[in-house]
Design a protein around this ligand. Structure first.
Ligand code: FPP
Length: 250
C-alpha cells in the first residue's frame, strides 16, 4: 500500500534524523560480506533522500559514521570511506539537479584526505541549493560535539569575552556542530535496536523516536512514509499538560 497519500503535508517534521543500522547483519544473513550491506545501504540513502525531498522535508540528517566506528576493522573502515567517495562522486549531480544542499557534522578532518577533499568539493558545489539540506553525520558523536562546544565556551570565558552567567541553552546550541540546524522532530532508528548511540543527545531533548525492525538496506520510501504517519499521530506536549495544548497554541 502506498502510504504517501496518508501524510498530512501541513504537519511535516521539519527535520528528520536517521540512525541507519543493520547493514552488516543484513549482509551476513545472506551469507555475504558486511561491506555488501553497506553498498546496498547506499540505495536506501538515495531512496530516503528522494522521498524526503519529494515530501518537502527541509532537513534530513543521516548518521553515516560514528566516532566509535573508527574502532571497526581497518578493511571495513576503508571500504566505507571508499563507498562514501564513490557515492559523493556519483550523486553530486543529482543533488544539484534537485536543489539539495550537502552538509556534514562531525570531526571530518579525521577522514582520509581524498574523502575529506571530495566532501568539501560537493559541499561547495551545492552550497547555494535551497530545497533541502542533506546532512551527513560523519566521524560524529554527540559527546565529541558537546566536548568541543565546552572547550570553545571555556576559551571565551578565559579571555573575558564571555561571563559564566551569559551561558544559556541557546548559546550552547550555537556552539554545536548543528548550530544553524533546527533540532530534529523525528529520529528514526532501523534494525530493531533501541538505542541513541551517542547521536544528537542535546538536540533530541524533545524529539519523537521511531524504532523499526527494518534493516537499513531494506528501508524504502514507504518506510519513511510510515514513520512520518506514526509521528503525525503523536501528541507532542513539550512538558505541558494535554489541556494546556488544547487551549493555547505552542
Ligand atoms: C550501520 O550498519 C551502518 C553504518 C555504520 C554505515 C552506514 C553507511 C552507509 C549506508 C553507506 C554510506 C553512506 C552514505 C551517506 C553515502 P552496521 O554496520 O552497524 O550494521 P550491523 O549493526 O548489522 O553490524
Amino acid at each position: 500500500m502506498d502510504l504517501k497519500e496518508k501524510i498530512d503535508l501541513e504537519k511535516l517534521p521539519v527535520h528528520v534524523a536517521i540512525i541507519m543500522d543493520g547493514n552488516g547483519r543484513w549482509a551476513r544473513m545472506r551469507g555475504k560480506h558486511r561491506v555488501f550491506g553497506h553498498e546496498q545501504g547506499v540505495i536506501s540513502v538515495r531512496e530516503t533522500a528522494e522521498a524526503a525531498a519529494e515530501l518537502g522535508i527541509k532537513y534530513l540528517t543521516l548518521y553515516a559514521f560514528s566516532t566509535e566506528n573508527w574502532n571497526r576493522p581497518m578493511q571495513e573502515v576503508e571500504a566505507l570511506m571508499e563507498l562514501l567517495v564513490q557515492t559523493i562522486n556519483l550523486e553530486t549531480k543529482t543533488l544539484i539537479d534537485n536543489n539539495i544542499r550537502l552538509l556534514t557534522i562531525g570531526d571530518t578532518q579525521r577522514l582520509n584526505h581524498q574523502c575529506y577533499a571530495e566532501l568539501q568539493k560537493a559541499i561547495a558545489t551545492t552550497a547555494s541549493n535551497t530545497r533541502m539540506d542533506l546532512i551527513l553525520a560523519l566521524s560524529y558523536s554527540s559527546r565529541w560535539e558537546i566536548t568541543e562546544a565546552m572547550k570553545q565556551i571555556a576559551a571565551k570565558v578565559r579571555t573575558g569575552a564571555l561571563q559564566p552567567a551569559d551561558i544559556t541553552e541557546n548559546m550552547i546550541s550555537s556552539h554545536l556542530a548543528t548550530a544553524d540546524i533546527p533540532d530534529p522532530e523525528l529520529l528514526i532508528r532501523t534494525s530493531g535496536e533501541y538505542r541513541i548511540s551517542n547521536f544528537m543527545l542535546w538536540q533530541s531533548a524533545y524529539t519523537e523516536m521511531y524504532f523499526t525492525q527494518t534493516m537499513w538496506p531494506d528501508f524504502r520510501k514507504n518506510d519513511l512514509h510510515a514513520a512520518i504517519i506514526d509521528f503525525q499521530q503523536r501528541e507532542r506536549r513539550f512538558g505541558k499538560l494535554n489541556e494546556q495544548l488544547n487551549t493555547c497554541k505552542k
